[in-house]
Design a protein around this ligand. Structure first.
Ligand SMILES: [Zn+2]
Ligand SMILES: [Zn+2]
Length: 260
């Protein structure tokens, strides 16, 4: 797998369990070509993001790692940034502080509700209504032009929150917005280890995305080194089976391609 990238992982700068060298060591063992560190940046008052006071030291450390070409695994400067409607200006200013190779835009909040850590509001709306609210935010995130990648496209299903009826139209509509906004979608392999038990996004959505022609990249969402490149063989098989023949790589917010 020496050609592959893992573009989504978290260190102790946010909610990950280890530091840069441990992930790099694992990436070397997995024979990856590139890894990207994407610690959480969020405007919400939570304890799982990079603290503003730590921005300069994270920036310095990661910049140095990216500049080190002595390694066989190359490091990319990524961020996973929470999208909040009407906060585009603030988000843009934060992102501009970092010499990023790419930025993943994620929706972890519906209003003030951090639905992927707090289960308390499930059941307040029908799941169909929740999907509508969630994918509306994903569409706005894509349109914001703040992000290179949309993270875990259907994370709303994490705790087995399944829609009451078929949502193909909603997926299709959202994917078309991604296409129009020229945003890359992530195949996030962590979903298999979550209660939902399937990739973010699932096969049906990947099939639609391949048909619409949305570029794809790959991330494990590792929160500890042993999760680096998890389920990547299955992921590559799945991507090929729905018609993908390449994935996207990034450097300095410019795209490249890797044939799979
Ligand atoms: Zn996330
Ligand atoms: Zn993440």
């Amino acid at each position: 797998m020496s050609y592959l990238v893992d573009y989504h992982m978290h260190t102790t700068f946010s909610d990950g369990k280890d530091t840069y060298p441990a992930y790099l060591e694992k990436a070397r063992k997995k024979d990856l070509a590139e890894i990207g560190f994407t610690d959480h940046i969020t405007l919400a008052p939570v304890d799982w993001c990079v603290k503003e006071i730590d921005y300069p030291v994270m920036k310095e450390n990661l910049k140095n790692l990216c500049a080190d070409f002595s390694e066989d695994v190359q490091v990319r400067f990524g961020l996973e940034v929470d999208y909040f409607p009407n906060k585009e200006k603030e988000l843009k200013e934060i992102i501009a502080q970092f010499p990023v190779d790419y930025v993943i835009g994620s929706v972890h909040f519906i209003g003030n509700w951090n639905y992927d850590t707090d289960k308390s509001l499930y059941g307040k709306w029908s799941n169909n209504e929740l999907y509508k609210m969630y994918f509306e935010l994903i569409q706005q995130a894509a349109k914001s032009q703040l992000f290179d990648v949309i993270g875990h496209f259907d994370l709303i299903k994490k705790f087995q929150c399944w829609p009451e009826s078929d949502q193909t139209h909603l997926y299709e509509e959202t994917l078309k917005v991604l296409k129009e906004a020229d945003v890359v979608m992530e195949l996030n392999t962590s979903g298999i280890d979550r209660p939902c038990g399937e990739f973010f996004p699932n096969k049906q959505i990947l099939e639609l995305a391949a048909k619409i022609g949305i570029p794809i990249t790959l991330g494990s969402d590792a929160h500890k080194p042993e999760q680096v490149a998890r389920h990547f063989e299955t992921a590559i098989e799945l991507l090929k089976s729905v018609g993908y023949s390449k994935i996207t790589r990034f450097r300095n917010r410019q795209r490249g391609e890797i044939i799979i």
